[in-house]
Design a protein around this ligand. Structure first.
Ligand SMILES: Cc1cc2nc3c(=O)[nH]c(=O)nc-3n(C[C@H](O)[C@H](O)[C@H](O)COP(=O)(O)OP(=O)(O)OC[C@H]3O[C@@H](n4cnc5c(N)ncnc54)[C@H](O)[C@@H]3O)c2cc1C
Length: 392
């Protein structure tokens, strides 16, 4: 079977426009924004207005909703370019969790749900959140431990449970909540609007990253009533539909963070090419050359793996293994690239002003969310060597 990585001319042109946009409009503003504590909605609206003006908003969403309608291979080109600036994906409205939520709504939302949420999301008018993770003993690395419940009542459902690490929950117009059923197998996703009296923001969770508007929060669903038309996808098909979101979403994370790793590498290489140490340019020392070469190897293999999984997704394959493999390999490669770049850049490597220190911090959680490396390795190995009979 031929694997086609040809980049269509129009995608290549778009890549150039995104490249110019993030370098001219986004990157110069980042140091100030992070010095002020990270992006808020005012920053988001400003950056997205610039992207809209440049015709670059929502590249992943269908053209019917005002997006650019890129397939997954097209996204892999454009998202990597956007990710070169930490706030590039936010500017283009293709950052997590909105990007994955938009994809999910476009695939399983009803026409009414798409009209109500996807249109405003694509236009950057609203933000959204995705609520899966719970405090122990609930869902985390193991989604089957889902503890939040949904009970069917007259005209709708009542949801009860607590979620944590919910990115962007503070300020999200709608939160997609995963809940399981007591009286039937499986789980269901529900669209819960911000003004629902049964949804409460319990507290913010301070984490090392600063990149997400609204940060991360603990939220509680307390006797939270939602009508029948708040069901996203089919009742009982929540886990299957979670894969519709999570498979592609873990790959788009890889694309964006690969862009950030490339920037870290660019900063370090520029330093190594300029800096003279012990009578030579830093870049001419053998140990520095090894660092640079190892970065190039990691950058190239990560990109190839992303393109391979993107091609599979575009061909209609759910690519469960390939997206897991890419998530593990790319998140770990990105960590290595950024760590080496920090070392090569010396003090500049940990300085906020070069943004390298910020990139170093921002990429670390990627090895935990969307499935920690160990959970993906566990699942991959289990598909190679199935469980013994009689074991769950
Ligand atoms: C910055 C950030 C943003 C997030 N945003 C969201 C969000 O918007 N919505 C949401 O629902 N969740 C979100 N999460 C939560 C994230 O998905 C979870 O943190 C992740 O799934 C791990 O779950 P846990 O934290 O409960 O860790 P645990 O499940 O307790 O796992 C702890 C560790 O156990 C190890 N481990 C896991 N499986 C295995 C195994 N099979 N064998 C050996 N070791 C293993 C791993 O090292 C793992 O890190 C976010 C997390 C972070 C850090």
């Amino acid at each position: 079977m031929a694997i086609d990585f040809t980049i269509p001319v129009e995608v290549d042109r778009l890549r150039s426009r995104v490249r110019d946009f993030v370098r001219d409009e986004v990157a110069p503003r980042e140091a100030r924004i992070f010095a002020d504590g990270g992006p808020d909605d005012e920053v988001r609206l400003d950056l997205q207005a610039r992207a809209r003006e440049a015709g670059l908003l929502s590249p992943h969403l269908p053209t019917r909703w005002g997006g650019l309608g890129l397939d997954v291979r097209g996204q892999s080109i454009v998202f990597e370019e956007a990710g070169w600036a930490l706030l590039g994906p936010l500017a283009l409205n293709c950052a997590a969790p909105d990007e994955g939520n938009g994809h999910l709504l476009s695939k399983v939302g009803t026409p009414e749900q798409q009209e109500r949420y996807l249109g405003p999301l694509a236009r950057g008018e609203i933000r959204t959140a995705f609520a899966m993770t719970e405090p122990p003993p609930g869902a985390g690395s193991d989604p089957s431990a889902l503890a939040t419940t949904a009970r069917q009542v007259a005209g709708g459902w009542r949801i009860d449970g607590e979620k944590r690490f919910i990115t962007g929950a503070d300020g999200a117009a709608v939160t997609i909540c995963m809940a399981r059923h007591d009286d039937r197998p499986g789980a269901t996703m529900f669209l819960v609007e911000a003004d629902n009296p049964g949804l409460r923001l319990v507290r913010h969770m301070e984490t090392i990253d600063r990149i997400s508007v609204g940060g991360h929060a603990v939220v509680r669903f307390e006797d939270c009533f939602v009508p029948d038309d708040a069901v996203l996808g089919e009742v009982g098909k929540g886990f299957r539909n979670a894969q519709v979101r999570l498979g592609p979403a873990r790959l788009t994370h890889c694309m964006r963070w690969l862009g950030a790793a490339r920037r870290a590498h660019d900063i370090a290489v520029e330093h190594a090419a300029d800096r003279r140490l012990f009578g030579d340019r830093l870049a001419d020392h053998g140990m520095a050359r090894q660092v640079i070469a190892d970065n190039v190897i990691d950058l190239t293999t990560a990109q190839t793996l992303i393109w391979r999984a993107a091609w599979a997704l575009d061909s209609g394959d759910p690519a469960r293994d390939l997206t897991s493999i890419a998530k593990v390999q790319v998140s770990e490669a990105v960590g290595r690239i950024v760590d080496r770049s920090v070392q090569l850049a010396g003090g500049l490597g940990v300085a906020e002003e070069s943004l390298l220190g910020r990139i170093y911090i921002e990429v670390r959680p990627f090895r935990v969310y969307d499935g920690p490396s160990e959970a993906h390795r566990w699942a991959l190995a289990r598909r190679v060597v199935p469980r013994e009979e009689g074991r769950p």
